[in-house]
Unconditional design. Structure first.
Length: 276
């Protein structure tokens, strides 16, 4: 299992590097695939999808996600993304009222959640990549997520004493969480000093990257715990089997899902001077 997990991690990192560096249509297409898989995993976990026959909730979900990503790539005005989300919600409500009582209100709300949670939040990887200097900034998403995870695990093993979420995740500790934040902040500082400062020379970028890394790391741990909580609520071990040794998209990208939007908005506010 360890070797399988290690090999999968190496392949995953290599694919992520190539995809993110390439950017553009390639990155958008890969993210759309991951978004659709994540939606499928979430709807299965929440028992919204059928094993054989696709239902109305899934038709709206898949169609809405595809429309969202197409508009993200081919339109510059981000207001269309908000319009798409509202349209998806209206479509779910349309299905709800005109097929009543086939679907319960809880199913409609959960279906919209499954769209907004992973598929939409994953799209911020593309949005960060397409920002000015995005090819450098986008790596902060993974530094804040995966470096934090590694540091939190290591520190937790070494000095972890106080439980972070004793019922949900007994092995996670407060010390580990703080170690993850510090480790990510340090990695962000080193990345800024040795790579980014030579490119973005018009402002002091090091402390900005430290702040972005630390906040991203904090949020990433919430994402990790949130995905675990959903699994616990629905008595499943893994969301899927797409990635050998890791599980599904939701198992591997649980923290990235939360970190990507945070990095996007922090970048706009701290580096690009405000949200337009």
């Amino acid at each position: 299992m360890f070797m399988t997990r290690l090999m999968s991690s190496v392949v995953l990192v290599a694919l992520a590097a190539v995809t993110v560096l390439t950017g553009g249509y390639v990155l958008a297409a890969v993210l759309l695939f991951l978004a659709l898989k994540a939606y499928r995993e979430l709807t299965k976990a929440c028992r919204l999808s059928g094993e054989e026959k696709i239902n109305g909730l899934e038709v709206i979900g898949y169609g809405g996600i595809a429309a969202y990503y197409l508009l993200m790539v081919f339109t510059e005005d981000k207001i269309y993304l908000l319009l798409t989300l509202i349209t998806i919600l209206v479509a779910f409500m349309f299905l709800y009222v005109f097929t009543f009582p086939r679907y319960r209100a809880e199913q409609i709300m959960c279906s919209f959640f499954c769209v907004a949670y992973a598929p939409v939040m994953l799209s911020f990887i593309y949005l960060v990549r397409m920002l000015p200097y995005g090819v450098y900034i986008v790596w902060m998403i993974f530094i804040s997520s995966w470096i934090c995870d590694t540091c939190a695990y290591s520190v937790g093993i070494l000095i972890g004493r106080h439980k972070l979420a004793p019922v949900l995740s007994p092995k996670k500790s407060v010390e580990g969480a703080l170690g993850g934040i510090f480790g990510s902040a340090l990695a962000g500082a080193l990345y800024a000093h040795f790579v980014v400062e030579a490119v973005i020379s018009e402002q002091r970028i090091l402390w900005v990257f430290v702040l972005i890394s630390a906040v991203g790391a904090l949020v990433s741990q919430v994402g990790d715990l949130a995905a675990s909580a959903i699994k616990r609520n629905h008595d499943i071990k893994d969301y899927g089997k797409l990635i050998p040794g890791h599980g599904g998209v939701m198992d591997r990208f649980d923290s990235v899902i939360f970190t990507a939007p945070m990095i996007y908005f922090l970048t706009l506010m701290l580096i690009h001077g405000g949200i337009n």
